[in-house]
Ligand binder design. Sequence first.
Ligand SMILES: NC(=O)c1ccc[n+]([C@@H]2O[C@H](COP(=O)([O-])OP(=O)(O)OC[C@H]3O[C@@H](n4cnc5c(N)ncnc54)[C@H](OP(=O)(O)O)[C@@H]3O)[C@@H](O)[C@H]2O)c1
Length: 372
Amino acid sequence: MALSGAPRRIKPFISHVGDEKSDMGSVKMGMLGSGFVVSYFHLPALMEIPKAEVVAIGSRRQAPVEELARRFGVKKTYYGDRYLERLCTDPEIDTVFICLPNFLHLEATLRAAENGKNVICEKPLGRNAEEAKAMLDAVERYGVLHGYAEDQVFSPQITRVKGMIDSGALGKVFWVRTREAHFGPHSDWFWNPELSGGGSLLDMGCHSVEVARYFIGDEPVEVMGWGATLVHTAKTRAEDNSLAVVRYQGGQIGQSENSWAAHGGLDLRYEVYGSEGAAFIDTTRDTGIRVFTVAPEEKVGYVVEKAEVGRGWMYPIWREHELYGYLHELQHFVDAFSQGKMPRETYRDGYIVNKILDAAYKSMKSGRWEKI
Ligand SMILES: NC(=O)c1ccc[n+]([C@@H]2O[C@H](COP(=O)([O-])OP(=O)(O)OC[C@H]3O[C@@H](n4cnc5c(N)ncnc54)[C@H](OP(=O)(O)O)[C@@H]3O)[C@@H](O)[C@H]2O)c1
C-alpha cells in the first residue's frame, strides 16, 4: 500500500483461532532469536496453532537456544557465529521469523529472502525508514511473502473495536489516543540508540502509532513530535518519554504517548472518539482480576509484562500472549502463508510506521509539524 494515493481501507479482522481453511500443509518456521519475545509470547502462541511447525531456533548462545528447544519440543538448534546463515539455508524451513535486536532485522531479512524464505519480522521493521525500505525492496525483489509482526492490531479487544468502527457504531472517528508505557526495556541493546534506532518513540511508538493508524484507516500526512530523556539520564541518551501527534488526510488526529519511565508495569490504553460514540480499552489494568497480597514474591510468580513488584495490589493478566495480540497475529500469518497469500500486516506497513516515526524525530528537533 502506497503512502500517497487512495486512503487505506482495512477490513475488520474478527477471527477465531483456527477458523480459516487452507489447502496446503503446515508452515515450517525457523525462529531467529531466543530472547524475551520468543520465549514469553511467540513460542507459547505457536504451540497453540496446529498448522505452525517450529522446525528450528537459532541465536548466538547455545544454552538459551537449547533450553527453549527442550521446553517447546523443537528438534533443531543453530548457534555460534554462523547461526543466522545456517538457519536461513535450512531446506526444511519455509518461513524465517526474525525476533532479533533491531540492528539485525535488515541483515536477517536479506539472508532469509535471498534464500527464498517467507519472512515475518518483529517491530519496529527498521531502525529508520531507509532500513525499512531496503527490507521492503528485498522481499519484493525475491518475491517472498512478508509479515510485519505488530501484535497489537491483532489483539482481540482492538479488532473488536475496529469492527465496531467499520460498521459505523462510532460515527466518523476524529481522534484516537493511544498510550504505551512501562519503566524501560529488559536488555542493554534497547538503551543504545545506535543498536536500537531510538528510544521510547521508536520502541513503544511503533505500536501506539500503528494502532491509531489502524483505527483511523486513512493516510498519515504530517506529524508533530516531542521527546526528552527525563528519568534514565545515566542509562541512555535516547528519549525515555515521547509524544507523536499524527494528522491524517481527512483531518483526524492520532495522539500517541510513549514512556520508558512510567512505573506500574506495562500500560496499554486506547481511546477512540467518533461523531456518534467513543470506545475505551485498558488492556493491562482492566484485566478482570484484582489481587492483594503480602506473601513472599516468589510465591506470587509472574504477574504481567514489566511488573516491578509482586506484592500489594496487582492486576494479573490471563493469557498474555493472546490478549496482546500475538496468538491471533501468528494464526493469521500462518493461515495466509499456508495459502500462499500476503497477510494483512506486511513489510509495507512497517515501512509506513518507520516513515511516520522518522518524521516525528525530525519534528522533535525542528519544533515544527513535519511531512511524512
Ligand atoms: N511485539 C512486541 O511487543 C515486542 C516485545 C518485545 C520485543 N519485541 C521486538 O522483538 C525483537 C527482539 O526483542 P527481545 O525483547 O526478544 O530481545 P532480547 O530479549 O534482548 O533477545 C534478543 C535475542 O537476540 C539474540 N541476539 C543475536 N545477536 C545478538 C546481538 N548481537 N546482541 C544482542 N542479542 C543478540 C539474543 O541471543 P544471543 O545473545 O544468544 O544471541 C536473543 O535471543 C526486537 O526487535 C524487539 O523490538 C517486540
